[in-house]
Design a binder for this molecule. Structure first.
Ligand SMILES: [Zn+2]
Length: 277
């Protein structure tokens, strides 16, 4: 074992044994079939978990999970893939309907719903200009909703970072979480300038390390994006280690800062109904 892997091993042991508090800024708990994985994550220190819906149905599920688990908070919205399934015409417009339904969900579940997400643009999924246009319409309607409700947005972007940043900027969005940040350093700098949060998934790459290194630590969050990327919210450990390594700080310090950022960004408050007497 070389010095670096010994160091790595030591860090891993610290996180595992001392139960450093962690926060997962983006995952899909509705897709995790084995609930014991979520319990393991909470036991492993992930005390704040934001689970995202991708359409009306999964948004409802996210809200239900948040209602019964004091560690879980929901983001609700229509993602770019599901945006393609919407009908948006004069004769039939189910986007208006969907936005109203999401707004009603927030009204009935304040405290458990902390963002509109995930929403955004995915130009790997949208092939034609007509499909892109549909995604733009839904993205804009979701931004509108977030602004009306005074909630932050959790944004997905694939092949569309320039346009996502431009859309958020032109709509004067102040609080945006760039989930699974895919942009380059210049785009990360622009996001930082706009006051947005850059989210690090548990996948290391040289480009990602460069972004982490050059962006102020208070602009960073970590996410598992489980079960799509990580196995469970506990996978944020790896992303925390990546931040610690790129910033040359301890895992504990990185974790502490990242948890604080997540709670600040989503305005996460302890849930009253779960408070102990
Ligand atoms: Zn996601």
């Amino acid at each position: 074992m070389n010095a670096k892997s010994v160091e790595k091993e030591k860090e891993l042991t610290t996180v595992q044994t001392q139960k450093v508090e962690l926060a997962d800024a983006h995952c899909h708990l509705d897709l995790i079939k084995d609930h014991s994985l979520v319990l393991q994550a909470v036991n492993g220190g992930v005390l704040t978990i934001v689970t995202d819906g991708i359409d009306i149905l999964t948004s409802r599920v996210a809200v239900k999970i948040a209602a019964v688990d004091e560690h879980v908070f929901a983001a609700i919205g229509i993602d770019p893939e599901n945006a393609l399934k919407m009908e948006i015409s004069h004769a039939r417009n189910n986007l208006l309907h969907a936005a109203k339904e999401l707004g009603d969900m927030v009204g009935a579940n304040r405290g458990n719903i902390v963002a509109i997400g995930e929403i955004g643009l995915d130009y790997m999924k949208a092939k034609s200009e007509a499909e892109k246009e549909k995604q733009r319409k839904v993205f804009n309607a979701m931004i509108e909703l977030a602004l009306e409700l005074n909630l932050p947005v959790s944004v997905h972007s694939r092949g569309a970072m320039e346009e996502v940043l431009e859309t958020l900027r032109s709509r004067s969005v102040k609080r945006a979480h760039l989930h699974f940040f895919e942009g380059n350093l210049q785009q990360a700098k622009e996001a930082e300038r706009l006051g947005y949060m850059i989210s690090i998934p548990p996948l290391s790459s040289a480009k990602r390390a460069e972004v982490i290194k050059d962006i102020a630590i208070d602009r960073l969050m970590v996410e598992s994006d489980s079960p799509v990327v990580g196995e469970s919210p506990l996978s944020v450990r790896k992303a925390v280690e990546m931040v610690a390594e790129a910033k040359r700080i301890s895992v504990e310090r990185a974790a502490e800062q990242l948890v604080a950022n997540t709670k600040r960004f989503f305005n996460i408050q302890p849930k009253r109904s779960f408070m102990r007497m």
